[in-house]
Structure formats: C-alpha cells, structure tokens
Design a protein around this ligand. Sequence first.
Ligand code: PLP
Length: 406
Amino acid sequence: AEQWQSVPLAPPDSIFKLTAAYKEDTFGKKINLGVGAYRDDNSKPWVLPVVKEATRILLQDESLDHEYLPITGLPEFTAAAAKLILGSDSPAIAENRVSSVQTISGTGANHLGALFLSRFYQWGSAEKKVWLSNPTWANHQAIFKNVDIAPVDYPYYDPKTIGLDFEGFVGALKNAPERSVFLLHACAHNPTGVDPTPEQWATIADVFLAKKHFAFLDCAYQGFASGDLDNDARAVRFFVEKGVSLLICQSFAKNAGLYGERVGALHVVSTSKEAATRVKSQLSVLQRSEISNPPTHGARIVSLILNNPNMFEMWKRDIATMANRIIDMRKELFRLLTEELHTPGDWKHIVNQIGMFSFTGITPAQSKALIDDAHIYLTANGRISMAGLNSHNIKYFAESLDRVVR
Ligand code: PLP
C-alpha cells in the first residue's frame, strides 16, 4: 500500500489562499485587505529606516560571526526586550523575577509559553484548558492543541455594538474555576481591533486576582497600535504591578517590520528570584529540544535598536509613522462613509478600534460581494487590514463598501 494513504489533504490556510486569489486578479483597482503586514502609502512593504541603519552597522562589524547563540538567546536582546515591555523601572526586573527567552517571533513565544504551561502549570486534577477570546487569532487554537491544552471560548466581541462584550467577558472570568488560564491580547486585539478601556482592564485584573487566574498575555503590536510603546504596554504593566500571575509573548514582527526575521521573546514573571531561576532552567530545556537555539540576525538588529539611545529614538519615529498612517486611514474612511457617501449605519467603530485590523461589522455575504464585484479581498468575518488602505485606494474602497451595504 502507498505509504501515506491515511493522511488527509489539509485545506489551505485561509489568509494565504486569499492572497493567492488577489495575486491572480488582473483588475487594476484590486485591493488586498487580508494581509496582516504593514504597507506604505504605495501598497509596498516598508523597511524601517532604523532597521536599514542597524543592518548597515552589523554588516560593518568585523567581530560578528555565525556561531550559535546561547539556548535562551542573545542576552542583550532578551534583557532589553523585557525592559521594553515591562518598563525600564520595573520592580519585577530589578528583583530578578523575570525569566526571558528569545523565541521564533510571537508564534514561537506562544508555543513555548503553551508548552511550558502544559508541562508545569498546577493543573491539579482539572483538564488542561485555555480560555480564548471569541474570536481570536486563528493560530491560538492550533498552538494550544499541539501541546494538549484544550481551547475554550470566552465572550469578547459583541456584534450588536461592534464593540466589547464586557459583561460577558467578566462573567466568564468569574464563572471559570479558580486558577484558570486566560489568554488576553495585550493591545490591538486581533481580529476585532476592540480593546478594553483602562477602567475595564482594572476590573479584569481584580477578577484575575480574586479567582487566582493566570494571564497568558499575547503582545504582538506594542507601539504599532497607538504609536506609543509605553501606552500600548499599559495593560501588561498594570497586571504585573497588581501581582497577577502571568507570562508575556512578545513579537517584533509588526513594530520593527521584521516579519520574516522571526524576532520575539517569552517573559515569565514569577514571585521570587528563586522561582524565576527554576522557570528559566526549564524553559531552556524545552527550547533545546525544540530549536536548540534561536536565530541571530533579527535579534542583533533589535538589540542594537533597543540598546542605543539614538537608534531607539529613530525607531520611535518609525513606529509613529506606521501607526499614524493607519490612524489617518481610519479617520479618512470614517469621513468618506459618513460625510461624503452618507453610507447607512454607524461607522464610529472604524475610528474607535485600534491596531492593524478593523472589524467592519459587514456580513459574510457582503464580504463576498466585495471580493466578487469590487475585487477587494478580505476575510469572510468582515475584518479588514487598515494597512491595505492608502490615499490612492481608500475612495474606491469606501464607495465599494457603500454599495454592498446599501
Ligand atoms: N499573536 C497575535 C495576536 C498576532 O496577531 C500575531 C501575528 O499576526 C502573532 C501573535 C504572531 O506573529 P509573529 O509570529 O509573526 O510574531
């Protein structure tokens, strides 16, 4: 018999499928709003000027070689990355309570964090479960299933308000058994663009403490959301300050435009230096068996940027350039729909949502009509990547959206 007879053919990844369809389309005004990567005003990928500068410096550095990094990564990178997310004055860092490991971008941080929990979290006799927002980044389910943790949903998005179902969310936190693991998007929730307010975060943290829940914080968009690194880290820092048990998955894909370089980190915050030492030792063992050691190039770039004050300032400007372009697109789309086209519906959510994505609130049929009739590619749930819009195509998009919702 044939060797792989029982292997079923897997369906293609829906986002990659969408991109392939877009590429094949020969229509001049076609738009790709599926892609989760930043594009400039000419629809082109953008290499950050600070990354170009860092690359130039690395190329000239004769002392660099291609030896293996330590198992837990480039120490100058992980130390600076921890400060970036937790704050340079973080007591947790000062008290050596943070175990940081360089990972294969945010996906790798999610995986290593999930694997660590699967092995070492105090599950007791309970089934291994993780609570995920409904909806969430599609990869979350698969990442946890891979390490035998069952994903379950908590209410998050309310289609009626195109906003947060705060009561449903808090209700789920209160009703879950004590010490449950909840995954939270630290900022710029993917796919909805809907985040809790600071007051809501405070309530959420209180319930975490009361129920002794564990927060699995996924932070893929620090700085990219509001344009301000500290602002986007507020929820994470607040949870740490309050003493919620947690870990943080950090990605430099979006905020440094280093998608393919796979630069990220996992930070586990413990209550003591001793615990942090033990945690780090086990993370190191897991990492060794998974990837031996992480890649050098991207970590060197980010390390240069984070550890050099001038380059750090340059980076902040680059981040603001990306975030502000996206915020401008939100404002312009809102203006076109409400003031120029008088499109039926309340489009306030377009400007209230944050980050790369916007949930437009349109139906799967309307999304399909945008693809079929207007050559505008987006996922069936009505999510659009704001980065796909620019000064050249936004009018065509607004007019097409207006047509499908009328
Ligand atoms: N987590 C969320 C919520 C994301 O949206 C993404 C990227 O889209 C990631 C993690 C990880 O991305 P990467 O592995 O490219 O850092």
